[in-house]
Design a protein around this ligand. Structure first.
Ligand SMILES: [Ca+2]
Length: 354
């Protein structure tokens, strides 16, 4: 009888402790469950082995919870269309998720291309995360980009799979609301149109939930992500008004990665993207976007310093001051070879399903 009672007490303690959002609260549950176990063990010798087993199970899950506290919640904001490093960056996020360094909360597409959402889904499916929410920019864009590879990737997804993107604002509202305060890192690999809209519509939600925004773009007179499609004023709005830390990264142009994909399966959509981008061969391409992911997930504690002492500038004349904190830029602390090897290894990792 005591064994059944003990089992009930331990399971309740285990469940409550593990589902609690606070580690401190989990510790309280651990202590109270231990007291309950101790009481019943003293009264029923048969319960001892069960008590030990359950306590070990509790501690195991508790340890996993402590380690999961360091997993970075990532939203990827991508223009995956013209260049191919966005594909490599999404592969890196999945690899980091497989290594319990990151959790991919969703992918938001800030370009306009009929195959974009389906291609992103094909990549997520390859990494066994087809359930990952995908959002799409619903406004208008001057001269949307063409792509050498998106249509091929879209065809790699089984025809029977229906794909529907969320409205980007609905996605951000729903996703950010469900996360703990200051727990989300947004990694922007493309244009800032979705984030400007988000900031206009939900400034307090951004301030409450987003720990930092990593923005891939040039620190001074950027000529791509911050200006193309006539979006320079949107970029200014985000840089001027973003209420939490904003880290700009423009390192990676001379880091050529992707060659390791030639050793992966021809069913790998990441390999296919590089193969199509290079017109039927696999070569190394610049790694701006993979670096942005590494900055977002590993941050200043990893392989980058967040620094200031520089005046940033957009091509419309807007300037801002980097201070190393609220507005910083990422500076690499390791050799070029270090990043190339790291990115190649992450891009060519076997998906967890295989
Ligand atoms: Ca990009």
């Amino acid at each position: 009888m005591f064994a059944e009672l003990l089992l009930t007490v331990a399971i309740v303690g285990l469940y409550d402790g593990c589902s609690n959002s606070s580690l401190d609260a989990a510790l309280i549950h651990l202590r109270s469950t231990a007291r309950s176990l101790n009481y019943f063990v003293r009264h029923d010798a048969r319960s001892i082995s069960i008590a030990y087993g359950l306590t070990i199970a509790f501690l195991l899950v508790f340890t996993i919870r402590i380690s999961s506290a360091h997993i970075v919640n990532v939203i990827l904001e991508t223009d995956m269309t013209l260049d191919v490093d966005d594909v490599g960056a999404l592969a890196v996020v999945h690899a980091l998720a497989d290594r319990n360094e990151a959790r991919l909360l969703g992918v938001s597409f800030n370009e306009i291309h009929p195959d974009g959402v389906r291609a992103i889904t094909a990549i997520n499916a390859w990494y066994d995360r087809i359930e990952t929410p995908i959002a799409q920019f619903t406004g208008t864009l001057q001269n949307p980009d063409e792509s050498r590879y998106l249509s091929y990737l879209a065809k790699m997804l089984d025809e029977s799979i229906h794909v529907e993107a969320l409205d980007a604002m609905d996605f951000y509202e729903e996703t950010l609301s469900s996360q703990q305060d200051q727990s989300v890192t947004i990694v922007s690999l493309g244009f800032l149109n979705n984030l400007a809209d988000l900031l206009r519509k939900h400034p307090s939600l951004v301030k409450q939930k987003v720990r930092r925004l990593i923005a891939m773009g040039g620190k001074v007179n950027d000529n791509f992500n911050f200006v193309r499609h006539g979006l320079v004023d949107e970029s200014q709005f985000v840089i001027a008004r973003w209420p939490t830390q904003l880290v700009v990264t423009d390192f990676g142009g001379d880091l050529y990665t992707g060659v390791s994909l030639s050793s992966t399966s021809t069913n790998n959509p990441v390999r296919e993207a590089y193969f199509r981008w290079f017109d039927g061969s696999i070569k190394g391409r610049s790694s701006w976007d993979q670096i942005a992911v590494l900055v977002g997930v590993r941050g200043e504690a990893g392989d980058f310093d967040f620094v200031g002492d520089l005046t940033g500038r957009l091509q419309n004349g807007f300037t801002w001051q980097f201070d190393g904190k609220h507005r910083a830029y990422a500076r690499p602390t390791k050799s070029r070879d270090f990043y190339i090897k790291e990115i190649e290894a992450l891009m060519s990792i076997e998906p967890r399903a295989y």
